[in-house]
Design a protein around this ligand. Structure first.
Ligand code: TXA
Ligand code: MG
Length: 325
């Protein structure tokens, strides 16, 4: 594994069928040439991810939607024009350039134009689509720094492009537009309100929606047990956890600690604004794991704006552990 900031080297690794971890504005991605089934297979192997879980194809800002998707509805064009580059993935009918290995056998494809300058430089130097999931082991918390990637994947990745800490901090919002109406498959770095201003109200995923297997209840989980509660429930939850004799941490906005300094628990403050919470959430969960904490009592933010994604990730981190995590 090599690490650096050399775009040309990273593009060469992709052309040779290798794996490049690269920064996006949301989280780091583990990228491979989306047109090479062999390269894409290496992603699944490195992550330990089931082959049926589709990968997002990342595109340069100049890319043409119709080269990667077919039957593109007008709503998708308007959404792409308004939100790209940015933290939004749009699910569309798969174009012939996208292989079934990338989509996990699905006839749909997730497309995204990332806003991070290093991601865009890599996409331009490479010249094609880059298939990339988050650059973590399957089921773990997504990486928001190059150090996180190295800690998770080590020598299973050929080159790590280091672009510093990700500005958004949670994964992209996923909207399905492959079936006529706009369906929210995963809340994320682009707030629902910004999308609905263009598409109208987003439907919630139903059984007919394309599976977004990464939205399994047990995803985004650190090693420690996470208990997500409303802010006013935090003191009682902390007391109950301490009473069990385990090492307890509190993850809450700074203002919560000003009013209520926990005793007997590790205090990990997050910014008071939901964008700041999103930016620091995954690093905070990793820090608490590294500190050897057994239980994290996390305060759920209001669901508006990026608060919807932060709450979603906390509840998934708190979800039941299953074999797939
Ligand atoms: O912000 C992000 O989205 C990051 C960065 C690297 O772009 N990527 C990311 O990828 O989070 P991943 O693979 O960790 O999560 C993508 C989710 C998965 O749950 C996957 O199942 C879903 O998107 N997905 C991808 N393509 C899909 C498709 N065609 N239909 C339904 N779900 C899809
Ligand atoms: Mg992921």
């Amino acid at each position: 594994m090599k690490r650096g900031t050399d775009i040309a080297t990273a593009a060469d690794v992709l052309r040779a069928g290798g794996l490049v971890a690269f920064p996006t504005e949301t989280v780091y991605g583990l990228g491979a040439d989306a047109s090479s089934d062999a390269a894409v297979a290496r992603i699944f192997a490195a992550k330990g991810r089931p082959r049926a879980h589709p990968l997002i194809v990342h595109l340069a800002p100049e890319a043409r939607l119709d080269d990667w998707a077919i039957d593109v509805p007008d709503a998708a064009r308007r959404l792409a024009a308004a939100a790209w580059p940015g933290p939004l993935t749009i699910i569309l009918a798969r174009g012939p350039r996208v292989s079934l290995a990338t989509t996990g056998g699905s006839e749909t494809v997730g497309l995204r134009v990332p806003a991070h300058p290093m991601a865009q430089a890599l996409l331009r130097a490479f010249g094609g689509g880059i298939a990339a999931p988050s650059a973590n082991r399957f089921g773990a918390v997504s990486p928001t720094t190059a150090d996180h990637v190295v800690a998770d994947l080590g020598d299973d990745v050929d080159y790590v492009l280091d672009g510093g800490a990700c500005a958004v901090g949670v994964e992209s919002t996923i909207v399905d537009l492959s079936r006529g109406r706009a369906v929210l498959l995963r809340p994320g770095g682009l707030a629902r309100e910004a999308i609905e201003a263009i598409t109208g109200p987003l439907a919630v995923a139903d059984v007919a929606a394309p599976a977004a297997p990464g939205t399994l209840a047990s995803h985004y989980a650190p090693r420690a047990q996470v208990i997500a509660v409303l802010p006013h429930e935090v003191p009682a939850a902390v007391a109950a956890a301490i009473a069990t004799g385990r090492r307890v941490a509190v993850l809450a906005p700074t203002s919560a600690f000003a009013a209520w300094p926990p005793s007997g628990a590790v205090a990990r403050a997050l910014p008071d604004d939901v964008a700041g919470m999103a930016r620091e959430l995954y690093a905070a969960l990793r820090d608490l794991d590294a500190a050897g904490v057994d239980v994290v009592i996390a305060a759920l933010p209001p669901a508006a704006g990026l608060g919807e994604a932060v709450g979603d990730r906390l509840l998934r981190a708190a979800g039941p552990r299953r074999s797939e995590s």
